[in-house]
Design a protein around this ligand. Structure first.
Ligand SMILES: [Zn+2]
Length: 67
């Protein structure tokens, strides 16, 4: 079971690498830049003023900037 867990993990890692490579390839073709963004708090950050707070995120669907 432990060996299988390691295999699953490596498959997942390869999966993300393929997605990243593909995204960069498509962006390159379109003349766009790709940035890797650290995931924590990105869903709480206001796109307008960069104000980041847990209260910004009222629910999964609703974003309200507290600033
Ligand atoms: Zn804001």
């Amino acid at each position: 079971a432990k060996q299988k867990a390691g295999l699953n993990k490596s498959i997942l890692n390869v999966g993300w690498h393929i997605i990243e490579t593909y995204t960069k390839y498509k962006a390159y073709q379109a003349g766009k830049a790709v940035f890797k963004i650290p995931a924590p708090h990105t869903s709480q950050e206001c796109a307008e003023c960069d104000h980041t707070h847990p209260d910004n995120r009222k629910s999964q669907e609703l974003f309200v900037c507290g600033n």
